[in-house]
Design a protein around this ligand. Structure first.
Ligand code: PMP
Length: 308
């Protein structure tokens, strides 16, 4: 039977054996950095394709560096572990891998130094995160700023900011929040980057707008430019520009590529999925499931070993 596994304290174990103590520093103070990596199931190939696993591990190393957390494993080792966990877990559906570098000392006292760090990684089945099309609102919560906790680092503690925004959006009847940064410009969703299509161009906030530098966003921009000849621009976006955009969509490991059809109760474009979003989606979903030979290098095949 398929069963979630985890890398914990140096070994791969069934998920229920991976437990931390209540005094663990990261649990008390949010002093951990993490990644989300998709394993996308391809029924024809009976294979799970891990999407851009090396890039995710490299970003984990960058986040660790920003937060002064010592990463004990090499990038190669982390990639091997991701593959091993996926194969040992044996799911024939979309999954999500969560590597984390965390302050593991069971000691009180807010700081980053003179504490032990450890690495863990777990896998869980994970279906689509957002509905097929999303209705969004502008959050009253501002995105954390690089001068507070740098959002370019995927720090667990930052996700309290995302959680406030996500819950506000859902309690108000929307699918997802769009957060403005401290300057009042559009930054990102609670767990997604955002794109606007205007006059045939793709526009997204740049790295200085307090966004996570998304791996899905980078992939989508590459596909737009190389395969569809669409120009991509990184620049500031105002809230009101969302209201007059031709198309809006979000990208992320969990959300994949999700069209946004409504913002603050105003239809985006016609209120239906736009042509650029539709073409990009088609390309993107083929690429992440290992169905596009040209972009197969983005996908690491994991062959499930558990008999079903
Ligand atoms: N922004 C935030 C806040 C996120 O949590 C995520 C998901 N990791 C993204 C953007 C999208 O990044 P990626 O495409 O690398 O998953």
């Amino acid at each position: 039977m398929p069963h979630s596994h985890a890398y914990f304290q140096g070994n791969i174990v069934p998920l229920e054996q991976a437990k931390i103590g209540v005094m663990t520093h990261a649990f008390n103070y949010g002093t951990a950095v993490f990644e989300g990596i998709r394993g996308n199931w391809n029924e024809d190939d009976q294979t799970t394709y891990l999407f851009r696993v090396r890039e995710h591990m490299e970003r984990l190393a960058q986040s660790s560096k920003i937060m002064m957390l010592e990463l004990h494993e090499s990038i190669d080792k982390l990639c091997e572990l991701a593959l091993e966990i996926t194969e040992r877990s044996g799911f024939s559906e979309d999954v999500y891998l969560r590597p984390m570098v965390y302050l593991s000392s069971e000691q009180l006292g807010v700081r980053l130094h003179n504490l032990e760090s450890d690495t863990l990684m777990f896998l869980t089945p994970f279906p689509a995160y957002l509905p097929e099309v999303a209705r969004c609102h502008t959050s009253t919560w501002r995105r954390v700023d690089d001068t507070g906790i740098p959002p370019r680092a995927k720090v667990t503690g930052i996700y309290a900011n995302s959680a406030l925004a996500k819950t506000e959006a859902q309690k108000n009847g929307f699918d997802e929040a769009i957060m403005l940064n401290a300057n009042g410009h559009v930054s990102e969703g609670s767990g997604e980057n955002i794109f606007v299509v205007r006059n045939g161009k793709l526009i997204t906030p740049g790295p200085a707008d307090n966004v996570l530098e998304g791996i899905t966003a980078k992939s989508v921009m590459e596909l737009a430019q190389k395969e569809l000849g669409i120009e991509c621009v990184e620049r500031e976006i105002d809230r009101s520009e969302l209201y007059i955009a031709d198309e809006v969509f979000m990208t992320g490991t969990a959300a994949h590529l999700t069209p946004v059809v409504e913002v603050d109760r105003r239809a985006v474009g016609t209120g239906a999925i736009g042509p650029v979003t539709a073409r990009l989606s088609q390309l993107f979903y083929d690429c992440i499931r290992g169905k596009n030979a040209k972009y197969k290098h983005w996908c690491t095949p994991a062959r499930v070993r558990v008999p079903r």
